[in-house]
Design a protein around this ligand. Structure first.
Ligand code: CP
Length: 300
C-alpha cells in the first residue's frame, strides 16, 4: 500500500493485512510502536470539520513516533486563493505522508496523483472515507469474531452517507448479508448496490421498516437534513428512523449498534449506556487502524 484513496483500491488480502496489522498495533507497547515511524513527518490537512478522523490520525502518528505538521486552511495561503494542487505539491516537499480531508469528491485521488509521498484519504466530499470502512470492519470482526455470514442492517440516510457506500463494499468483500433500511427517498444508489452484488455475490435487501429480529449488527447514520429543501420533511424522516430504547425492545441481546459518529438525534443519549451500543468503542478502534494504515503506507 502506498496511497489509500478508496476502499476499492484494496483487495480482500490487503484489507485483511490492515486488520491484522491493526490488531498487532493495538497490543503493541507504546515504547515499541513509538519506534516504527520515528524521524518521519506526517501532515494532517483538514479542509472540512472533523473530530474523530483528525484526532485519531494525530494520535496514531504520535503513537508511531512520527512528528505532526498540521495544516490549517483558514490561516494558510488557501485563504489567498492558492490552489489545492499547488498546496499539495508544497506540503509533499516537506513531509513523508499526507492525511487529507476535502469537500470535493476526487480531491484525494488528485492529491495522490500529484504527491510523491503517500496520501491517505480522510474523506472526500460524499465520495469515500476508506479508513472509516477499515475501522468499521475491524470493529465488527473484533466484536463478532467474523464478518462472513453476519446479518448487518445499514440504517438511515443511505443516499448521502459516504460511509455507508464504502461499508457496503467492505461487507460484500467479506460475505455479510446486508439489509438496507432507509426512507424510500433516501435509498442507496442502485448502481452501488448492483456493483457490490455483482462483484461479491452477497444478498442485499432493501426496506423502509425497522425490524431488528435476527440482526447481528445495526449500523446507523443520521438523516442529512441540511440536504432537504423542505426542512420539515427531513425532521419527519429522522423521527421515524431513530434507534431509541423502545425500538431496541426485543432486539437480540448480542446486537452490536454501530455509528460512524457524530450522532445527533438518530440515537438518543439513553442508548449510550445500553451494553449493545458499541459506537464509542468503534471510534476508539480508529487509532490502531490508522496506525496500521500509516505504517503500511510508509513501507509500501
Ligand atoms: N466518523 C467521522 O468521520 O467523524 P469525523 O467527521 O468527526 O472525523
Amino acid at each position: 500500500m502506498h496511497d489509500l484513496v478508496s476502499i476499492r483500491d484494496l483487495g480482500k488480502k490487503d484489507v485483511e493485512a490492515v486488520l491484522s496489522e491493526a490488531a498487532r498495533m493495538e497490543k503493541m507497547p507504546p515504547k515499541k510502536s513509538g519506534e516504527l515511524l520515528r524521524g518521519k513527518l506526517v501532515s494532517t490537512m483538514f479542509f472540512e470539520p472533523s473530530t474523530r478522523t483528525n484526532m485519531s490520525f494525530q494520535a496514531a502518528a504520535k503513537r508511531l513516533g512520527a512528528k505532526l505538521m498540521t495544516f490549517y486552511p483558514s490561516v494558510s495561503s488557501t485563504a489567498k486563493g492558492e490552489t489545492l494542487g499547488d498546496t499539495i505539491r508544497m506540503i509533499d516537499g516537506y513531509v513523508d505522508a499526507i492525511v487529507l480531508r476535502h469537500p470535493y469528491e476526487g480531491a484525494a485521488r488528485y492529491a495522490a496523483d500529484l504527491a510523491e509521498h503517500p496520501v491517505i484519504n480522510a474523506g472526500d466530499g460524499g465520495n469515500q472515507h476508506p479508513t472509516q470502512t477499515l475501522l468499521d470492519l475491524y470493529t465488527i470482526k473484533k466484536l463478532k469474531g467474523k464478518i462472513s455470514g453476519l446479518r448487518v442492517s445499514l440504517m438511515g440516510d443511505l443516499k448521502h452517507a459516504r460511509t455507508m457506500r464504502s461499508l457496503l463494499y467492505g461487507l460484500g468483500m467479506f460475505g455479510a448479508d446486508v439489509n438496507l433500511v432507509s426512507p424510500s427517498a433516501l435509498r442507496m444508489d442502485e448502481e452501488v448496490i448492483r456493483e457490490t452484488k455483482g462483484m461479491f455475490g452477497i444478498n442485499v435487501s432493501q426496506t423502509s421498516d425497522i425490524n431488528l429480529k435476527g440482526v447481528d449488527v445495526l449500523y446507523v447514520c443520521r438523516i442529512q437534513k441540511e440536504r432537504f429543501q423542505d426542512k420539515y420533511e427531513g425532521e419527519k424522516m429522522q423521527k421515524e428512523f431513530r434507534v431509541d430504547l423502545e425500538a431496541l425492545r426485543g432486539a437480540p441481546e448480542d446486537l452490536a449498534i454501530l455509528h460512524p459518529l457524530p450522532k445527533v438525534e438518530e440515537i438518543p443519549p439513553e442508548v449510550d449506556s445500553d451494553p449493545r451500543a458499541k459506537y464509542f468503542e468503534q471510534a476508539k478502534n480508529g487509532v490502531p487502524v490508522r496506525m496500521a494504515v500509516l505504517y503500511l503506507a510508509s513501507k509500501g
